[in-house]
Design a protein around this ligand. Structure first.
Ligand SMILES: CC/C=C\C/C=C\C/C=C\C/C=C\C/C=C\C/C=C\C=C\C(=O)SCCNC(=O)CCNC(=O)[C@H](O)C(C)(C)COP(=O)(O)OP(=O)(O)OC[C@H]1O[C@@H](n2cnc3c(N)ncnc32)[C@H](O)[C@@H]1OP(=O)(O)O
Ligand SMILES: NC(=O)C1=CN([C@@H]2O[C@H](COP(=O)(O)OP(=O)(O)OC[C@H]3O[C@@H](n4cnc5c(N)ncnc54)[C@H](OP(=O)(O)O)[C@@H]3O)[C@@H](O)[C@H]2O)C=CC1
Length: 231
């Protein structure tokens, strides 16, 4: 009958369930691996995106964390900068609104003068059987996960990567590999993203753009854990 919190205190690493920065960090790669590079991380104010920002910054990278809730982003940016000594710029975007992404990428380039890495991490998800899922609910998740990934990739490519090269990493999921109950919306969206990754890698490779995908293990973020607890 352990609650997630009880499990955490006894067994799990300190970064599970919290959006606090690590109290200590052992570099696996050179601490200068990403020195003075700039990463744009959608959904970087919480969960997996925040942890990616932290690890990048611990390796010398400056970051932009971008999502809808600016207060949350500002708080996260402060924590990240005080833990790592690197710059973190919080910017408000909705990945469903290309004009908000354009404004944020313009702001990034004005502030940092370059952009090296895009992490497409923002996503929306909930557990729901297909028969109860409204048409709008399915569409909403596709719009955030799939169209949001395309929108952000396209803006960053047109504004910077086309002429300078860069790296795009799409955060996926294993949901669609075999089928998973209650997840037709997210599994479909991530499967489309996996195909998008391959198409863009072929089209943009000649411009020096690498496009890859990573699928975290199940329930590795804080919001996913909270929702699993609620279900
Ligand atoms: C969140 C984690 C979910 C699942 C993982 C947890 C447990 C899994 C357990 C078993 C599965 C086993 C393995 C899974 C393996 C891995 C998990 C894989 C992926 C995990 C992915 C994530 O964690 S993604 C990040 C999750 N975080 C968020 O979603 C934060 C952002 N979320 C949101 O903003 C909202 O939740 C949103 C996605 C709904 C978007 O919000 P908004 O644009 O404001 O949209 P709304 O207007 O509120 O809603 C739009 C329509 O959607 C309907 N809706 C909303 N919530 C639900 C719900 N809970 N159930 C059913 N339908 C819902 C809403 O009613 C609207 O439709 P209408 O027809 O009414 O208009
Ligand atoms: N947690 C897990 O177990 C797994 C997660 N993943 C993937 O990892 C990634 C991160 O998930 P996780 O850390 O758990 O989730 P979180 O809920 O912590 O992070 C999702 C982030 O996306 C942002 N976001 C949501 N909608 C939008 C939008 N329309 N525009 C811009 N930003 C948005 C949210 O910020 P805000 O509310 O401020 O907009 C939030 O910071 C996702 O791609 C998810 O699918 C994959 C497999 C397993």
């Amino acid at each position: 009958n352990s609650t997630p919190q009880m499990v955490q205190s006894s067994l799990l690493p300190e970064d599970v369930y919290t959006d606090d920065c690590l109290t200590s960090y052992t570099h696996v790669y050179s601490p200068d691996l990403l020195k003075d590079q700039v990463a744009f991380i959608t959904g970087g104010g919480s969960g997996i995106g925040l942890r990616i920002a932290e690890i990048f910054m611990r390796h010398g990278c400056d970051t932009v964390i971008a999502s809808r809730n600016l207060d949350k982003l500002k708080e996260a940016a402060q924590k990240l900068t005080s833990a790592t000594g690197r710059r973190c710029l919080p910017l408000c975007i909705d990945v469903r609104k290309p004009e908000s992404i354009t404004a944020a990428v313009d702001e990034t380039l004005k502030d940092f003068g370059r952009l090296d890495i895009l992490i497409n991490n923002a996503a929306g998800n909930f557990l729901c059987p297909a028969s109860s899922l409204s048409f709008n609910a399915f569409k909403t998740v596709l719009e955030i996960d799939t169209m949001g990934t395309f929108n952000t990739s396209k803006v960053v490519y047109e504004k910077w990567f086309k002429d300078h090269g860069g790296n795009i990493v799409n955060i996926s999921a294993t949901l669609g590999y075999k089928g998973q109950a209650l997840q037709v919306h997210a599994g479909s969206a991530k499967a489309a993203n996996d195909a998008m990754t391959r198409h863009l890698a072929v089209e943009w490779g000649p411009s020096g753009v690498r496009v890859n995908t990573v699928a975290p293990g199940p329930i590795s973020g804080t919001e996913g854990m909270r929702r699993l607890g609620e279900y």
